[in-house]
Design a protein around this ligand. Structure first.
Ligand SMILES: Nc1ncnc2c1ncn2[C@@H]1O[C@H](COP(=O)(O)OP(=O)(O)OP(=O)(O)O)[C@@H](O)[C@H]1O
Length: 343
């Protein structure tokens, strides 16, 4: 759906030249929710604004749905932008217009006849869950509701791609989750390709299939979200994974655990993405004569299933313990490491 080659953007100030986006190449598949994460100043906003040429590239090529965006003239670009919706951190709504009129606005510009517009707006209001709020003004809406208007407005002309520029950064955690759920819902219902930039790894974890990590205008690491959680290569990526998983030193040391629990086996279970393993603990306790004591750990959910590590103490007869470890090793995708084996 989207192909980007050697994309560059320089800002020349009187003191220096800033390479905000520096030779960036990327391919994004149709229907994907693609996350771009980076710290402030990494170049994320500039990158996303280059995609619909809100910023003019200094070099490189952008192709969206077989159309070369970088070679369009002003009139062609205006039409092409109807295929690329965008939502913003601060919503960018028209304060003098109601919910309904904000959503109607892009349809007016596109020259859609009034009766068609009305029908489409009603449909969009329903899609984003704002039925009943049609006549409210932005000042009367909560942050989450404002972003829902932003989303409806961005979808008005049936775009193929939705760009999200820190769309949940101004929202509280609960509202963030409801907006992220809405984005997933829209992605599934409409098959829309979504590019989302953020500085929050939990946003990536919750809804993205693929992620690219940006630093100094470049993509330093990229891949399937679960793989990035499992094997972050770059220091900056490890820091982002720690936002969700915590750091190693936040956890009690393994030595301490082993000393405190002097019976049975101490086992580390590493969940790497299977959704079917969520009942693993109760399954083990039913299938074998073992007691399982959860000691420490953290599991989080990605779009591809559970990821994380827990430490457990398993108590029982040696044969039962060995059998249960064998079961997890051979019959599930959970990785097992026996840390201490008293039996
Ligand atoms: N119009 C501009 N003129 C000069 N420099 C700019 C301009 N826009 C962005 N920059 C610079 O380009 C770099 C990348 O900025 P950008 O806003 O894309 O980063 P970001 O990752 O989105 O960070 P943030 O989340 O803080 O916006 C920064 O050094 C920024 O100061």
């Amino acid at each position: 759906m989207i192909s980007i080659e050697g994309l560059r953007k320089q800002f020349i100030t009187n003191k220096s030249t800033i390479h905000a986006v520096d030779d960036l190449s990327l391919t994004i598949k149709e229907g994907e929710i693609f996350g771009v994460i980076g710290y402030s100043g990494a170049g994320k906003s500039t990158f996303v604004r280059l995609l619909n040429r809100l910023e003019e590239p200094s070099g490189g090529r952008i192709v969206i749905d077989q159309q070369e965006i970088t070679s369009l003239n002003t009139k062609q670009l205006r039409l092409a932008r109807q295929e690329i919706g965008m939502i913003f951190q601060h919503f960018n709504l028209l304060w003098s217009r109601t919910v309904r009129d904000n959503i109607t606005f892009p349809l007016e510009i596109a020259g859609v006849p009034k009766n068609e517009r009305d029908e489409r707006v009603t449909e969009l209001i329903r899609l984003v869950g704002l039925t009943g709020r049609e006549t409210a003004y932005p000042s009367q809406l909560s942050g989450g509701q404002k972003q829902r208007v932003g989303i409806a407005r961005a979808l008005a002309n049936n775009p193929k791609v939705l760009l999200c520029d820190e769309a949940t950064s101004a929202l509280d955690p609960e509202t963030t989750n409801s907006i992220l759920d809405l984005l997933v819902d829209i992605n599934e219902k409409l098959g829309l390709t979504i590019i989302l930039i953020t500085h929050e790894m939990h946003v990536i974890r919750k809804i993205c299939n693929q992620v690219a990590v940006m630093e100094n205008g470049k993509i330093v690491e990229q891949g399937d979200v679960l793989d990035i959680f499992l094997r972050p290569q770059q220091q900056v990526t490890r820091k982002f994974v720690e936002q969700v998983m915590g750091t190693e030193d936040e956890n009690e040391s393994i030595d301490q655990l082993v000393q405190s629990y002097d019976q049975g086996k101490i086992v580390r279970l590493h969940f790497i993405g299977e959704t079917t393993n969520q009942a693993l603990i109760s399954h083990l306790a039913k299938k074998y004569e073992v007691d399982i004591n959860i000691l420490q750990g953290k599991i989080t959910q990605t779009q591809r299933g559970a990821y994380g590590t827990i430490f457990v103490q398993m108590i029982g007869e040696k044969t039962e313990l060995d059998e249960s470890v064998r079961f997890v090793t051979d019959d599930t995708s959970v990785e097992v490491e026996v840390i201490r084996d008293v039996n």
